[in-house]
Write a protein that binds this ligand. Sequence first.
Ligand code: AMP
Ligand code: MG
Length: 334
Amino acid sequence: MLAVTGIALLVASGCSERLVAYEDTRLLMDTVVQIMVYFPEGASGEARAKKALEAGFGAMARVDALMNAYLPGSDVYRINAEAGSGNWVTVSPETLKVVQRALWFAELSGGAFDPTVLPLVRVWGFGTKPHVPTSVELEHARSLVNWKDVELDPATSAVRLKRPGMGLDLGAIAKGFAVDLAARALRDAGAKVGIINAGGNVYVLGRRPDGGKWRVGIRNPRDPGTHVAVLELEDQAAVTSGDYERFFIEDGKRYHHILDPKTGFPAQGARSVTVVLPCKGAWTTDNPSMDADALSTMLFVLGPAKAVEFANAHGVGVVLVDERGEVVRSNWVP
Ligand code: AMP
Ligand code: MG
């Protein structure tokens, strides 16, 4: 078993006679990223596996270089630097696509998901020194968060933020997109079977070589060594948003990194939300991990009741741990 943040993989070590697992782990996007692919045993299989792994990690590194808000020169960094200046910032087609999708989820959720949350993330000190902000700081930051003030020009692949002080933060969706690109890179490199685990963003290709489904454990938010449920996956993406991923305790109270743009405070009601989407299906087109990533954050903010209602109405798989530690599931969960 390979234990990692967010979701742990329950992988049988044995596999069929011919295919063997090739695995590598790297630190990317602030996360331990593990990719495992199956190729035939022997020198040529190993060479193909290495190429596939390289392509997978390379895809994720490229997304980070484009969308990391804290990386000078990245698309998102440049957009934020020009906030309120009136200047359009030309970005890569990938960044445009993720921003467009993020705004789509913002509209869908009435702003519960909001990619302009950066000013709030900053006053809470997530990324630097986490602390409870003053009410003045909080109100000011909250006034700068509004997805409707993001302007897009798809014809020239340009983005701008209307007001000074605004900031894009794609932290709730970019990792999922990176995993989608990594999965595509693995497939293009000939991998039919494999698994990507980027700290709670899991993508499985095919079935395990022994014919079984991939078993992915959902962590107990208050006892990360144990699981509250086990998913059985095949060609699916599963993403967890949890209040235990980034948090601090001040005056005995727990504060975490998933913020409710309405209140400015950490979202209440859930401890973790796991979303499962098929790689191909009605819900998503070609980016199941991106959509599952955005959805897990969005449903976390909306809270358990709305999350399950949404999941059932849209055929999305959800396993949620609420604030009492109860596990709640949508109708469809693999
Ligand atoms: P995730 O772990 O995918 O749920 O994403 C959490 C990250 O997304 C945080 O660290 C913030 O950078 C950002 N974020 C926090 N609150 C929101 C929100 N309401 N909408 C969109 N992004 C958010
Ligand atoms: Mg997310």
